[in-house]
Design a protein around this ligand. Structure first.
Ligand code: HEM
Length: 144
């Protein structure tokens, strides 16, 4: 990955700060996602207490930490979730949207603590995640 060690650290710190400032960012992330992709909201109709949404966000952030570190499982996990989620009616391109929405939400939560450096590091991270999604979708012949 093209991120420097310093940029990886910046991303990790930004995620930790979001938890300090906003506690659980899950409601904010999904509110933004559903505003942008309203057709996704009904898919969560059975998740009345938000637990599945919270768990999913945690797993997605674990993928980020893995990509910033050893990259031992994120590409495989993303691949298997692409297949599982195809069954829910979630196409691969929405995965890319989801991670972008996470970035935008975190930027909003951190306000001026979200610096240009933080933004630049996240832009590179999103490009990396997009590449993993495209590569995994392509490998398994899924339409993006
Ligand atoms: C790498 C990205 C993603 C990961 C790792 C992931 C992971 C997961 C996991 C682990 C669950 C099960 C949660 C539970 O039942 O506790 C789940 C459920 C679900 N995910 Fe994702 N997900 C990802 C992206 C997405 C995207 C982009 C969407 C589209 C909005 C989506 C839609 C759903 C839906 C509709 C469910 C079912 C919720 C329910 O049980 O009611 N996921 N996801």
């Amino acid at each position: 990955m093209s991120l420097t060690e310093a940029q990886k650290q910046i991303i990790e710190t930004s995620i930790e700060r979001v938890a300090e400032v906003a506690g659980d960012p899950s409601p904010l992330v999904y509110a933004r996602l559903f505003a942008e992709q309203p057709e996704m909201e009904p898919l969560f109709v059975l998740d009345r207490d938000g637990n599945a949404r919270g768990h999913m966000l945690m797993e997605a952030l674990d993928c980020v930490f893995d990509l910033l570190g050893t990259r031992s499982y994120a590409p495989t996990l993303i691949q298997s979730e692409l297949t599982n989620h195809d069954g829910f009616g979630v196409p691969p391109r929405v995965f890319a949207t989801f991670f972008r929405v996470v970035k935008e939400t975190f930027a909003e939560v951190l306000g001026e603590k979200w610096t240009a450096e933080t933004d630049a590091a996240w832009v590179l991270l999103l490009a990396e995640i997009d590449a993993v999604i495209l590569q995994q979708a392509d490998k398994y012949g899924m339409a993006v």
